[in-house]
Design a protein around this ligand. Structure first.
Ligand code: NDP
Length: 273
């Protein structure tokens, strides 16, 4: 029987998820479809009810519903309860179960490169929704410590509290105080939205070298100024699209119980680049 999946959020018309998942269905000849469904803030409950009515098989959740969606779940996977946000839902005859695949999606590119983050010192720029999943990922993989730098210090302090609670030693600074200290870290991650509009790198990367891992979770454009500057220093680069693919392949595997066709999904995302 044909199966239907969706991504819900607002805005949703530029979501890349329908393309990525549809490419996987074509590659594996699955009788499935995947649609983008706009649900505005304040209309989530009705939106979820209508998805249940059409017997949706599963859906992804994006901005602004990742936290509020927790209220409408019947069951929580551990990934979801630890992070306190959901991005993937299964529907088993009206019973909704939530997962968070952003954490494993974030870690996926490290695994693909055989890079261990155990005992590494991390500098994380940003303290929004994505930062929580990233902190949970570094805690899971036993990084040594994390410095969270953010424009609004209060938001950084909240994420640091969460980090310390789950066992990853965290401290905070204001984004502008990072100055030229990136060189003191093994891993530098941009999880602010700076770069989306082609803005210059939020920090200086002076002094970093070929051992520094520099990861930008912004995926559009693929080559942000932050990554360009890191490349000039010969650093190890991880692209935001890799996290996007990582979370999508995990979601695919949860819904379909089979290995996701990574290369076909990557090609759909990058247009064969
Ligand atoms: P949020 O809106 O929750 O957080 C945004 C973060 O960016 C906050 O830390 C905010 O700081 C900071 N920020 C925004 N504008 C500025 C600015 N002008 N100067 C300094 N700091 C700024 O977003 P998310 O955490 O959900 O997502 C962050 C980015 O990551 C987005 O670009 C998103 O597209 C990308 N992303 C990529 C994923 C992937 O799979 N590759 C997955 C999820 C997100 P403040 O607290 O001060 O407001």
């Amino acid at each position: 029987m044909s199966k239907t999946f969706a991504v819900i959020g607002d805005p949703i018309d530029h979501s890349l998820s329908p393309n990525i998942h549809s490419a996987a269905f074509r590659e594996l000849n699955l009788d499935c479809s995947y649609i983008a469904y706009r649900i505005q803030k304040g209309e989530l409950e009705e939106g979820v009810e209508s998805l249940k009515k059409i017997k949706i098989d599963g859906f992804n959740v994006t901005i602004p519903h990742k936290v509020e969606m927790m209220k409408y779940l019947d069951k929580l996977d551990e990934s979801c309860s630890i992070i306190g946000a959901v991005n993937t839902v299964t529907n088993d005859n009206g019973v909704l179960k939530g997962y968070n695949t952003d954490m494993d999606g974030f870690l996926d590119p490290f695994k693909k490169r055989n890079l261990s983050v155990k005992d590494l010192k991390v500098l994380l720029l940003g303290a929004g929704g994505a930062a929580r999943a990233i902190v949970a990922g570094f805690a899971k993989e036993h990084a040594q410590s994390i410095t969270i730098a953010n424009r609004t210090l209060e938001n950084a302090n909240n994420i640091a509290k969460f980090s310390n609670k789950i066992g990853l030693n965290a401290n905070t600074i204001k984004l502008e105080e990072v100055a030229d200290t990136a060189k003191n870290y093994d891993v530098v991650v941009n999880a602010t939205s700076i770069g989306l509009k082609n803005e210059p790198s939020p920090i200086s990367l002076d002094g970093i070298n070929s051992k520094t891992i520099v990861y930008d979770i912004v995926y559009m454009p693929i080559n942000t100024d932050f990554l360009k500057k890191a490349k000039e220093k010969g650093a190890i680069i991880i692209y935001g699209y890799e996290m996007l693919l990582g979370q999508a392949t995990r979601a695919f595997e949860i819904w379909h119980g089979m290995e996701a066709p990574y290369n076909a999904m990557k090609k759909a995302l990058l247009g064969g680049v």
